[in-house]
Design a protein around this ligand. Structure first.
Ligand SMILES: [Zn+2]
Length: 184
């Protein structure tokens, strides 16, 4: 039997705000990416996220250094890191490096358009907060010019609990069918 692949011609609408010149990517492996901002009520986030995820993503909390997630992170091979809140692609193992700081570190976001920054003064001096641009979830902070031998000399210091790792070649689990990962 012949399988016919129908390629739907995408009619590009002449949207007024097409200033971003979006690129359509058709990688087979890519998960369903949120295409517009993800906005949820506080109650919805509380229901969807674990208490730790909620604390980091929605309350700009920080997980403790060298926690179990970080140990796992260090062992992870090639793959992609998605937002724990909305599944947007954030970082990849290609930009991962061992900074020794106790939190997952990347020298660049894999998908820059999904990562944004803002300045916070929570601890008395300016730090650059890193957020998911799609759901506004807090991810961590970025530090520059620390002397790391990486192409950018930036350290995206990211809470592991805010990330969802998907090994290369695997599809991320469907959010709707998400089950708590209990007991191993
Ligand atoms: Zn997000």
């Amino acid at each position: 039997m012949k399988i016919i692949t129908v390629l739907a011609a995408l009619s590009l609408c002449a949207c007024a705000d097409d200033s971003t010149n979006k690129k359509m990517e058709t990688a087979d492996k890519a998960p369903e990416q949120p295409t517009q901002p993800v906005k949820k009520t506080d109650a919805e986030w509380r229901k969807e996220l674990t208490p730790e995820q909620y604390h980091v993503l929605r309350e700009a909390g920080t997980e403790r250094a060298n926690g179990p997630i970080y140990k796992e992170f260090k062992k992870q091979g090639a793959g992609t890191y998605y937002c724990g809140g909305c599944d947007a692609e954030l970082f990849s193992s290609k930009e991962k490096f061992d900074s020794g700081c106790g939190w997952p570190s990347f020298y660049d976001p894999a998908n820059a358009k999904n990562v944004k920054t803002s300045t916070d003064y929570k601890i008395g001096y300016a730090r650059t907060e890193v957020l998911c641009a799609v759901c506004d979830g807090h991810l961590g902070h970025v530090f520059t010019g620390e002397g790391f031998d990486t192409p950018t000399d930036k350290r995206y210091c990211i809470n592991g609990v805010a990330l969802k790792f998907v090994p290369e070649g695997e599809k991320p689990e469907n959010k709707a069918a998400k089950e708590p990962k209990n007991g191993e």
